[in-house]
Every structure is written in C-alpha cells, then in structure tokens.
Design a protein around this ligand. Structure first.
Ligand code: XMP
Length: 514
C-alpha cells in the first residue's frame, strides 16, 4: 500500500490534509515532527511527504524545524503554509513578515507557469489563505509558479528535486481546486496508486479491537449521535455481547431526545442502559460561567457516571468513546493550540478508573465516520444525523446553566429545528444546512407585547454549512424561514424577547458559542 506522510508542525488543519489524501484512496498518516527523523522516514517507505502549516514563524527560535536532509531524499515533498516557508528557509530562501498585507480568508490565486502541481487548475481560482509571513526570495533552483495580489510567492517549485510549496491551504474546501492540486501531488508527482478503502479500515479496526479486548468487557459512552452510534456498531461487530452501551442523560439534551435515544437503541441487539444523571450534572455546574470550566466539569461528571456503572457491572476493563479527529485537534492535543476542550478529550480528568480508553474513530473526520457507518449497515437516519455536542445544551446556554434556562432553550431550539427541517425537506434551502440550533445568550433586552414592557432573553439562531466541521460557512437560510422562526419563538416561548441570526463563519468563530 502506498502511503503519504503528513509531517505535523502544529497547524489546525493537519488531519484534514490526511483526510483529503485518504479521500482519494491513498493512505496518509499524521506524525509529529518531534516523533520522526530522516532515518525513520526512509524505513517507512513513504511515497511522498506533506509539511503542514503551523502557528509559528520560521525565525522564532522555538518554532518547529526539521533536518534539511529530508529535501535530498528523492521523496517528493509538498510544503503547505508554514511548511512552505520552512521548505524555503531550509533550502536557503528568505522569509518576511507580511505585516499589514497578511492574508486571511479567500483570495484569488494566479497561476503564472505550467506546473505538475497545477495541472487542470484554471489560471485564476479561489484559495484559502491564513498567514502573516511569506516567502520573499525563493531558494536557488526554485521558481515561483503562482502569486496573489498580496503574496509574491503563493506557490514555488523545484521539479528536478520534486519539491513544491504553497502558501495557501489546498486541504480546506474553500480552496476551489485544492483537492485537484493534492490529487496532482499524490498521483502525478508521487506516483501513488489509489488502493486504500474504508472497508480496509473497518476490517483492520475490528481485528485490532478483538485483539486488544480479548476476554474483557467494554463500556461505551453512547449519546445517540453519529459518532458514538458508529462506534457502538463497530465495537459490537468486533466483540458482540461483551459490549455495554451506556446512555447518560445529563439533563442537557434537546427536547424529547433522551426518550428518542432510548427508544432507538433498546431495539438494537446490544446491551443498552440509560442513566438519568441530570441533577448530578446541574449541581456540579452551579454558579459556573466560564466555558472551559463548564466543559471540564461535564467531562469529569461523565467519567464519574461511567466509573459508577463500570463498578456496578463488574470486571469492565475498557471505556470506549466515539471521539473523532476534530475533537482531538481542537482540544489542543499534538502540536496544535487549544481552541476548546471537547468533553471527551481535553475535558477528561487526569485519572480514569479504567484500564484504557478505546477510541477507534480518533483518526476520522465526520464524513468518514458517516461513510464507515454506511459500511457497517447503519440506517440513514443515524448516519445522516446532524452532530450534537457531548456537553449538550450546557454549552448553548451562555453563562450559568440552570434548569429554567435549559427548558427555555429546549422549546426555542425545537421550533427553529422544526422550521429549518421543514424547509429542507421541501427542498427550499439554497444550500445544505449541516448543523442548526439555537443558543440562549445571557443578554436581555427590552421589548413590547400587548402594550406592556418585556425584558426577555436574546436567542441566537445558528446554522452552518460544512462537510468536515473544521471550517464552516453560515447557511444562507431563506428570509422566510428566519421570519417564521423569528415570529414563532417569542410568541411561543415567552421568556425570549429577541431573536438574532449568527452570520459568522468558522474561522474566525467556531460552530458552538462556547
Ligand atoms: P466547534 O464549536 O468546535 O464545533 O467549531 C465543531 C463540531 O464539534 C461539535 N462539538 C463537540 N462535539 N463534544 C462533542 O462531541 C464536544 O465537546 C464538542 N464541542 C463541539 C460541534 O457541535 C460541531 O459539530
């Protein structure tokens, strides 16, 4: 099997690069620059290497560097963003701070010369940039192959040594021909064959779970969402009845959700258990307003419940979670910065009373998880569900979480989801709404109803369009849909006095508000 090494220098999109490569049926793995060297790379027999982006400047002493011998191994290298600057720096080029002309977001790429990397890419196309430094002088033997209005070296190359660098991010979907350029690199420059499939991942995962668990028992944290449901099906395929699925109703689920999850999973051929722990979670969250603290408390309470259940069942060695890659990367594991502690990763306490935590989906993205679910034969209503975060409405009630606020949010959120869902099923949305929900802010505002003054909460509606949740755009919902939600919500949920729509993409915002 041909494989590509994604050499991780700490960027936010590193796994996304691997995902884009795997999507073209070539295996790719992300390895931190700290954990490998030229010798190891040679032993592994990679067909190509991609240097990732990173938050640093190559001239910072503390910034990641690598043995320049990697450029002379004869293995094709593609540098992206920081990786592009690092390649230029290692080969003797000059890097500069772009200062006020730094580029963030969509810009027009202009291809200046024919190159194997830009085959079938038009002379002008949109790419996604996010950088403050840029390559001012390319190293000897390199030429500039593309520019933007502000960046004199948006792409450079030395085809004789199979070295290529791009300042933009071809891995994000907003780069129009990004996948094409990665395709050109993998197949035309590295000469890979497309022979890696999700069914191989499935077979390997089943075998490795069986081997690891042996005669032990596994407790699975099931929320009813896509990730934990696919995880349940995968582990059940491997070890059958040695798996117990535990659904913890933490009192912060959406309207009717607890009962729906119970109804769906009690029909499955697995051991299913529901634990009502609403009071426990709410009392742990009393008086807490800081989002990271809330996330950590929720993560800790989850583990406490699983430990209690594990003791009750007896001889449970492993806790399984449906953690996926974005949870890992945003929680700041590896070399990336902490964005938010996803309850099942950064929110975990230091000590967990299980032999090990098993996370078979840890390397996958949402759309890969859906694909795996289909491979496992899960029904569409499960594999196509929109995601719901483990901490639930706890991170959609801004500030302190109380039962009263949760009840208000549950009602308002149900109305908004009903309106968007209806419009989607009638084919009235101009683009897919990948995830839509309401957020109860802690801002109150004055209004007037029936000649009387009101002072209600402000509710924010959020809908995003994305396929990997690493970057996302706000959905252009039809005015009619927004108008219906904006009129129904304050009328049907009296504590809400004002409704606003969130028009921020990710970045700079995140999908959830906390
Ligand atoms: P953000 O807010 O990080 O969200 O842009 C990206 C996706 O992840 C979901 N999300 C979570 N999922 N545990 C989860 O299981 C969490 O702690 C968590 N935080 C965010 C979010 O709903 C979106 O789909």
């Amino acid at each position: 099997m041909d494989k590509i090494l994604v050499l991780d220098f700490g960027g936010q999109y590193n796994q996304l690069i691997a995902r884009r490569v795997r999507e073209q049926h070539v295996f790719a793995e992300v390895v931190s620059y700290r954990n490998t060297g030229v010798e190891k790379i040679k032993e592994e027999g990679y067909s190509g290497i991609i240097f990732t982006g990173g938050p640093n400047s190559v001239y910072d002493e503390a910034s990641p560097h690598f043995d320049p011998a990697v450029l002379d191994m004869g293995i094709p290298v593609l540098g992206i963003c920081y990786g592009h600057q690092l390649m230029a720096y290692m080969a003797g080029g000059e890097i500069c701070s772009a200062g006020s002309i730094s580029e963030y977001g969509k810009v027009t790429l202009k291809v200046e010369k024919e190159s194997p990397l830009t085959g079938q890419v038009p002379k002008e196309s949109t790419v996604w940039m996010s950088h403050t430094d840029y390559v001012r002088t390319v190293p000897q033997g390199f030429t500039v192959s593309a520019v933007t209005d502000s960046c004199p070296c948006a792409a450079m190359e030395c085809p004789e040594k199979k070295l290529y660098g791009v300042q933009f991010h071809p891995e994000v979907t907003h780069s129009e021909f990004g996948s094409r350029m990665l395709h050109n690199f993998i197949f035309d420059i590295c000469g890979c064959k497309a022979d890696w499939r999700m069914e191989d991942f499935l077979k390997e995962s089943v075998a490795s779970i069986r081997e690891k668990v042996g005669d032990g028992r596994v407790l699975l944290a099931l929320s009813g969402g896509v990730d934990s449901s696919v995880c349940a099906a995968l582990i059940a395929e491997a070890i059958g009845k040695k798996l117990t699925c535990v659904f913890v109703d933490h009192g912060m689920m959406r309207k009717n959700e607890g009962d729906e999850v119970e109804a769906a999973f009690s029909k499955w051929d697995v051991d299913f258990m529901r634990v009502d722990a609403g009071e426990q979670f709410l009392s742990a969250l009393k008086g807490v307003t800081e989002p990271e603290r809330k996330r950590k408390i929720i993560g800790e309470e989850f583990i406490k419940v699983f430990e209690q259940v594990g003791k009750k069942i007896g001889s449970v060695d492993y806790l399984a979670q449906g953690t996926i890659y974005p949870d890992v990367i945003e929680s700041g594991l590896g070399d990336a910065a902490v964005i938010k502690s996803h309850h099942n990763v950064g929110g975990l306490p230091a000590h967990v009373d299980f032999k090990e935590i098993i996370e078979p989906l840890r390397l996958l993205f949402k759309d890969e998880v859906r694909q795996l679910g289909r491979e496992l034969g899960l029904p569409d209503y499960l594999t196509n569900r929109q995601p719901f975060p483990g901490p639930g409405l706890g991170i959609r009630v801004i500030g302190e979480v109380t039962k009263e606020k949760l009840d208000i949010l549950r009602e308002a959120d149900a109305i908004f989801r009903e309106e968007v869902g209806k419009a989607a099923s009638e084919g009235l949305l101009p683009q897919a709404a990948s995830q839509y929900f309401a957020v109860l802010t802690d801002t109150r505002s004055v209004g007037v109803m029936g000649d009387a003054r009101t002072y209600g909460y402000t509710l924010a509606l959020r809908s995003v369009t994305t396929d990997d949740f690493m970057t996302a755009d706000w959905t252009r919902l039809p005015y009619e849909v927004l108008a219906r939600a904006g009129s129904r919500i304050p009328n049907e949920v009296r504590s809400i006095g004002r409704v606003v729509y969130d028009i921020t993409s990710k970045p700079p915002a995140t999908v959830e508000w906390e």
